[in-house]
Design a protein around this ligand. Structure first.
Ligand code: TRP
Length: 349
């Protein structure tokens, strides 16, 4: 028996739930989200957006939080935040999230969600907070002092998940420590007071991680990611200037040829083809031919999504309404859960 909190245990739970989702969609409430720090890119799209839309269309209750308070965990500014939030809603809708089925909302508009932070903080120890490996890594990467909010944001994420009684949370592997923290908080609350919260599981994505165009981790700061919102021309330009190597023969070899292989992986996922097969087809036509192939594959795939995006962009009023409606529904749910929490704690006067 692997230890409950281990990666193996999380993977096993995740696989079991993946298999059960189409059989018992009514059992599941999904919550996941994004920090509105910039535009969503192809990594987000293939890594999670596709799955969110699939779950939404299966009849699972789906909730997506735009985690605006999480933006200031490791930076000093909220510059561009409103613009990032609106563009995130536009990306979601363009990619197929349907606001009639999926509740889309922000932290800052849902006070009762945030109030859960107080009882939840009482359920965790400083040592637990300090040893979260993801928090440590994020603090180091930010080059910023460890703020109280960064230290405690896994608890805030537990609030995001539990306010709507989410029981499945699609996340990347790096977020698993937070899911474990959420499981502990729910369990401790239920034991100490009354059974209010469900058992939560992280759902690991089945798609392998899409590398950035240079083969490194896809990241805005490396300039190696293709945003959903880019035009076909911007996409072509970015692919054109991506780094390959001097070997003319195109082969798929992520270790030795990270640039060429990342291009093949990107083309493969967009064209629904095996990267090795694309490599064989291009053969000794060289990097120029490969880049033309990738550009066509990406732009072909995203053409309808970008067309929808352009239409949505022209209608800010509608985007604002979608968010206002999501926020209104989230407040109803959060108010009801907070009332239950206060009742369980005997804090009703
Ligand atoms: N931290 C997550 C990320 O950076 C975003 C997020 C915020 C989230 N709240 C959440 C994810 C709750 C899952 C559940 O990707």
């Amino acid at each position: 028996m692997p230890n409950e909190g281990s990666y193996e245990a999380a993977l096993k739970r995740s696989n079991e739930i993946h298999a059960d989702l189409p059989v018992h969609p009514e059992k599941y409430t999904m919550l996941t989200g994004d920090r509105p720090t910039g535009r969503l890119h192809l990594g987000h799209y293939f890594g999670t957006l596709v799955d969110r839309v699939r779950m939404q269309d299966m009849g699972i209750k789906t909730n997506v939080i735009i985690a605006d308070y999480q933006v200031i965990t490791d930076r000093d500014t909220t510059e561009h935040i409103a613009d990032n939030v609106y563009n995130m809603v536009i990306d979601y809708l363009a990619c197929g999230l349907d606001p009639a089925k999926t509740m889309i909302f922000t932290h800052s508009a849902v006070p009762a969600l945030n109030q859960l932070m107080l009882p939840f903080l009482s359920l965790v120890s400083e040592a637990e907070l300090q040893r979260n490996p993801t928090v440590k890594a994020e603090q180091e990467a930010s080059g910023h002092a460890l703020t109280g909010l960064l230290l405690t944001y896994p608890v805030h994420q537990a609030c995001d998940i539990l306010f709507c009684k989410g029981n499945i949370v699609p996340v990347g592997r790096d977020q698993l420590p937070h899911i474990e923290q959420t499981r502990l908080i729910a369990r401790r609350f239920n034991e100490r007071y009354d059974r209010v919260f469900p058992e939560v599981a992280g759902l690991l994505t089945s798609t392998p991680l899409l590398p950035g165009l240079d083969g490194r981790k896809m990241s805005k700061s490396y300039g190696n990611s293709i945003d959903i919102s880019m035009s076909a021309e911007e996409t072509a330009k970015l692919i054109k200037k991506s780094k390959t190597d001097s070997e003319r023969m195109i082969t798929f070899d992520p270790e030795a040829r990270p640039g060429v292989s990342a291009l093949l992986t990107t083309a493969g996922i967009c064209a629904g083809r095996d990267p090795e097969e694309i490599a064989d087809e291009i053969g000794d036509a060289g990097a120029g031919a490969l880049k033309r192939y990738v550009t066509d594959a990406v732009n072909g795939y995203f053409e309808p999504i970008r067309a929808r995006r352009a239409e949505l962009e022209r209608d800010r009023g509608y985007i604002r309404d979608v968010l206002a409606d999501g926020n209104r529904r989230a407040n109803e749910i959060a108010d009801a859960t907070l009332a239950e929490v206060r009742a369980a704690m005997g804090m009703v006067y």
